[in-house]
Design a protein around this ligand. Sequence first.
Ligand SMILES: [Zn+2]
Length: 175
Amino acid sequence: MATPLSHLAVPLALTAALGTDSVPPGLMALALVCAVLPDIDALGLWLGIPYEHPFGHRGFTHSLPFAVALAGAGALLAPSVGADASIAFWVLLASAASHGLIDALTNGGLGIALFSPFSSRRYFLPWRVIEVSPLRPAVLFSRRGLHVLRSEMRWVWAPCLVLALAGLALRGLAD
Ligand SMILES: [Zn+2]
């Protein structure tokens, strides 16, 4: 996985890019949850579910079908957070789907079951540029942790910052 913190970059960038009229705080909160929820499968490692199992780490909850289902369920809550349902769906889908895709850019662990439950095959993207995050959080506070965070700054936070600034600029032009 990438660190949970870095998965938050995508919904934060989308919120900045689209503005709080489209992404009110309640929708942003749902998007933040969607972005980190796939790593709930890491708990399975402690429950004895093997990494390579369909419900193991980077399995079903990291897939694109799971992201679609999560976004669909989240979009049902759109009226209660003051958001448009279709905008909510796309923001939540981008947030949830980005998780597996970012993990598929990492250089360690097993691949991502992007099409689970239809296929258990695990994939990486052709560019495995992100240093994989250790599963033990304590390691993040070490030299290796700094190396991981630097890599995520470059390959996750920097592109998200560009997305956020581009959205801000476009909205500024439209006003
Ligand atoms: Zn993950």
